[in-house]
Design a protein. Structure first.
Length: 202
């Protein structure tokens, strides 16, 4: 009896190999030949899963976003919005091998997205979902009286998103300076400046 092939599972495995290649060699190093060597599949077989090189890149970026969003969903701590914000930040920051790989791939796509309408739309859609998630959690913190009096929910949301994006870039470019021990401390210091994590309304 012939083996049943799960094409979605195989596609995910191919994309995981491709993103490792991009993380190691960059987008310019992800040629069709290099992709075939990395995945162990012929270019003909890859053509069954991807229409062209642009489709490979698009699906790779989408997989990174899916994995990050699944991690974000697991970051929610009921009744503790500040801890949720901390976990949401760490969900995308390069504090382990997988998250560093994701960050390198994500950042590698930034420049290309400026000149690609399709990639730009993907990036902006992810950014919008990410921002709405942060906004909702900041709203929960505000309702509990945890937001520092010097600011507003809109300002705290914008600052949190910008902070996480900036720290992701710095930690990816300077892993020795921003290592897996330093990054959580920096996140805690930022949150302490914007939120009163020790206060709870009765």
């Amino acid at each position: 009896m012939p083996k049943v092939v799960d094409h979605d599972e195989r596609r995910d495995e191919l994309l995981a190999s491709i993103r490792r290649l991009i993380a190691r060699e960059g987008l310019d190093g992800a040629s069709n030949r290099a992709i075939a060597q990395e995945t162990g599949w012929s270019t003909g077989t890859l053509a069954h899963y991807f229409a062209d090189k642009d489709d490979v890149l698009r699906q790779t970026l989408e997989q990174v976003h899916r994995d990050q969003e699944q991690r974000m969903l697991r970051s929610r701590i009921p009744g503790d919005p500040v801890e949720t914000l901390r976990q949401l930040a760490l969900a995308t920051l390069p504090i382990d091998t997988i998250r560093r790989e994701e960050a390198v791939v994500e950042i590698s796509f930034w420049a290309r997205s400026i000149h690609s309408l399709e990639l730009s739309r993907l990036q902006l859609a992810f950014f919008d979902r990410w921002t709405e998630t942060i906004k909702a959690v900041v709203g929960e913190a505000t309702a509990l009286g945890l937001l520092r009096p010097h600011t507003t929910p809109a300002a705290a949301t914008a600052a949190t998103v910008a902070f996480i994006d900036g720290l992701q870039l710095e930690a990816t470019l300077q892993p020795r300076r921003f290592d897996r021990k330093a990054v959580p401390t920096i996140v805690n210091d930022f949150l302490n400046a914007w939120f009163d994590n020790d206060h709870r309304d009765p």
